[in-house]
Design a protein around this ligand. Structure first.
Ligand code: NAD
Ligand code: MG
Length: 382
């Protein structure tokens, strides 16, 4: 059970909900970080009284230093400052709610400092899977999943005796705002339409990833690393209601699921109170309020990103980093109105075909693969 927590990405969707959880659970907050929102992090710092705060943006960090000038909270700037917060001395656990590859070095720093790690930042586990899991092992840290599907699997696994008893993992997917649409119908969808998720309110990047279903592909890779299973042992099923958060299948064909209302405060809290459970302010699940729960096969032809990710992790090496880097850039360009919705998968596919991989990669290899994939996407859009 976490007592003192450092929250990375505290101004985001995960970060603000993590602060709610801390308030409810009586967890002390010892450090907070964000990218550039000085006003919001100032308010959070005044309320939660951490020892240190950091903004990745140096200019915004200077502004924050002035804003918090009347307090004794240490204010830091840049990636270095964020990493310092990830290793804050008194914290026993770090929650990484940063979006994208910017979370990689803070994750490695937290593990190196032997902090417990509650991980929402899936992109860095996708891109640097072997590096992150090796660092966790070396420091004797078990990574606790925050992503709802992975928390569900982790919860289902609590009843497992031996690893050999597990047959497969079944990841559920909401299908996003474009479920049931044809490729022709997706040709000209707008950013506003992609941002209208049916069940979850999340940051813009992951919401677009849910619309392309790249999010499920990233989650497949995330599951490979978190649960040490092969990609072929992971099935994906569309479940529109987002009530069954994922399932596991045992060798005797018994299937165990975890259910709940779609509210991230449940998986966030479980990662922080594990192995204990405490009461939560989240709404209780009333199954009879749902007329039915539905399950169907994903439309892999329309939502091509799922299988692009599956092939990237099957190829191994740096291919997941290339797929992730290309997607981060293509997703950003889509949100800026510079590429069409269907182009996102095309760009990820082209980056993978063009990418150069390497087994036994280092941190600098991952960062270079990420940079090259982004550059590849940019140069193909101009
Ligand atoms: P968000 O955009 O709402 O928040 C991102 C946070 O990261 C913000 O605090 C922002 O300031 C910070 N940040 C952004 N760029 C940064 C940089 N360069 N350096 C340091 N900090 C930076 O995103 P989110 O929806 O909260 O998602 C965060 C992560 O959690 C993502 O990896 C996402 O895939 C994962 N996740 C989110 C949800 C959800 O419900 N929101 C669910 C499952 C997984
Ligand atoms: Mg998820």
């Amino acid at each position: 059970m976490t007592e003192k927590l450092s929250i990375l990405g505290s101004t985001g969707s995960i970060g603000t909900q993590a602060l709610d959880v801390c308030e409810n659970a009586g967890i002390a907050v010892t450090a907070l970080t964000a990218n550039s929102n000085a006003k919001l992090i100032e308010a959070q710092a005044r309320k939660f009284k951490p020892k240190m705060v950091a903004l990745a943006d140096e200019v915004a960090a200077k502004e924050l230093k002035i804003r918090l000038g009347d307090t004794d909270i240490k204010v830091l700037g840049g990636q270095k400052g964020v990493c310092e917060c990830a290793a804050e001395e008194t914290a026993d656990t770090v929650l990484n709610g940063i979006v994208g590859m910017a979370g990689l070095e803070p994750t490695l720093t937290a593990l190196g400092a032997k902090k417990g790690l509650a991980l929402a930042n899936k992109e860095t586990l996708v891109a640097g899977g072997s590096l992150v899991t090796r660092t966790a092992k070396e420091n004797n840290i078990r990574i606790l999943p925050v992503d709802s599907e992975h928390s569900a699997i982790f919860q289902c696994l609590q009843g497992m005796n031996k690893k050999q008893e597990l047959k497969s993992i079944i990841l559920t997917a909401s299908g996003g705002p474009f479920f049931g649409k044809t490729r022709a119908e997706l040709e000209n969808v707008t950013v506003a339409e992609a941002l209208r998720h049916p069940n979850w309110s999340m940051g813009a990047k992951i919401t677009v990833d849910s619309a392309t279903m790249m999010n499920k592909g990233l989650e497949l890779i995330e599951a490979v690393w978190l649960f040490d299973v092969s990609p072929s042992e992971i099935q994906i099923v569309v479940h529109r209601e987002s009530v069954v958060h994922s399932l596991i299948e045992y060798v005797d064909n018994s299937v165990i699921a975890q259910l709940g209302v779609p509210d991230m405060r449940i998986p966030i809290q479980y990662a922080l109170t594990y192995p204990e459970r405490i009461p939560s302010p989240v709404k209780r699940l009333s199954l009879s309020d749902y007329k039915s729960l539905t399950f169907s096969k994903p439309d892999y032809e329309t939502f091509r990103c799922i299988n692009l990710c599956r092939s990237a992790i099957e190829k191994g090496g740096l291919f997941p980093a290339i797929a992730n880097g290309a997607n981060e850039k293509a997703n950003e360009l889509f949100r800026k109105g510079k590429v069409g919705f269907l182009q996102i998968a095309d760009l990820v596919e082209a980056a993978i075909s063009n990418g150069v991989s390497k087994d036994n990669y280092t941190l600098s290899d991952v960062l270079e693969a990420d940079r090259a994939a982004r550059e590849f996407v940019e140069s193909h859009v101009r």
